[in-house]
Design a protein around this ligand. Structure first.
Ligand SMILES: [Zn+2]
Length: 367
């Protein structure tokens, strides 16, 4: 890391801090710290909002990160919605907007809506073109390394679609990202202490991503974490959207539960809370399947397992029961699943936020 980056990250994480704090904290010389602070202030990413009181009487200038000096926008396209967020340099969501619209890349009006949503979030965030670092577009598919092409988009049947078409009405720097990977990325980003983890994305399809040493592990051909297509029902399993039978996706996608409540997951969990017998049976089956999946992940990775996606938002109050079922499978009796299963931290639209955070990362690299 360059000294300018080092000093910037120190100030961003610890601010407000004085020059002396930085000198001691990073073991750098005063001139080095002064020169770099000058540069960072010219860049607009460090500001001096307050003074720090010294016991000696003279107040020291306090430096802090200007969190909204730059922002990035992320957008997530799903079957029935598009969601956009703006995030600041601390990874905090500033504005979030969600519209209900049917995914259809053939429809010019749909493409225009993408552009309009980006403009709307940008306007509400109140930033200039210069402050906007870029627009990350998270899609329910695997994406080529350069972010230009959809390489496997079977859930919504758009394999072969291009960034050029999807972002036809987005006049800012942009690229495509794989949604599950971005959700994992957002979790790793917001929790810098998260070392190794598997992010399990339980949406209307099941996906995952692998975090090693707080970085995404994408695999040799960008397909790591595709737990949705591991075979879990050997005989008589349902057909998966991939065409095969008995995939993990077929037993743990969120629709497995909300098919009971006409697609309304919130209502499903309400019924479950009220003691509805059918909902309780469905949940019991679901938890058993989920426990097997988590057990397998733990055996492979010996890492934390983050429960994300739509189900992740409801899992907290069922965590002990889930952990009990995972523990029942483990050969390591001293290990407790409650210590390694975590509900996701990013409650608001992790895929969109994760996509935006790539531009924040790029910006940090450029400082
Ligand atoms: Zn499958």
């Amino acid at each position: 890391m360059r000294k300018s980056q080092l000093i910037y990250q120190y100030v961003r994480r610890n601010g407000p801090v004085s020059k002396q704090d930085i000198v001691f904290g990073l073991k750098l010389s005063l001139p080095t710290v002064s020169n770099n602070l000058q540069y960072l202030m010219e860049l607009g990413v460090v500001e001096t909002p307050t003074k720090i009181e010294n016991t000696g009487g003279r107040n020291a200038v306090a430096y802090a990160g200007a969190s909204q000096a730059r922002i990035a926008i992320g957008i997530y396209l799903t079957k029935n919605h598009m969601t956009a967020v703006s995030v600041d340099l601390n990874g905090q969501v500033i504005v979030k907007e969600k519209v209900r619209t049917r995914f259809n890349l053939e429809d010019e009006e749909y493409l225009k809506k993408i552009g309009e949503l980006v403009e709307s979030v940008k306007r509400k965030t109140d930033v200039s073109d210069e402050q906007l670092l870029g627009v990350g577009i998270a899609v329910q598919s695997l994406v080529s390394e350069d972010g230009e092409d959809v390489t496997y988009g079977m859930t919504l049947n758009f394999t072969g679609a291009t960034r050029k078409r999807i972002a036809k009405y987005v006049p800012y720097r942009n690229r495509l990202f794989h949604d599950s990977e971005m959700s994992g990325h957002a979790e790793a980003w917001i929790d810098g202490t998260l070392k190794n983890a598997f992010y399990l994305s339980l949406n209307n399809s099941v996906g995952g991503s692998v975090i090693i040493d707080n970085k995404m592990y994408v695999g040799d051909t960008l397909k790591s974490g595709e737990i949705g297509h591991t075979l879990v029902v050997r005989e008589g399993g349902e057909q998966c959207y991939c065409g095969r039978y008995g995939c993990f996706d077929t037993v743990c996608r969120a629709t497995k539960l909300d098919e009971y409540t006409d697609g309304n997951l919130e209502e499903f969990f309400e019924l479950l809370g009220q003691g509805d017998k059918k909902a309780a049976e469905m949940w019991d089956t679901y938890l058993n399947e989920l426990a097997i999946g988590i057990h397998n992940i733990r055996m492979l990775f010996d890492s934390k397992v983050i429960i994300g996606g739509y189900i992740g938002a409801y899992i907290e109050e069922h965590l002990e029961e889930l952990a009990r079922r995972v523990d029942a499978r483990s050969p390591f009796t001293k290990e407790k699943a409650m210590d390694y299963i975590l509900p996701c931290k990013y409650k608001v639209e992790s895929a969109a936020a994760g996509a935006a955070l790539n531009y924040i990362d790029d910006f940090f690299e450029s400082i």
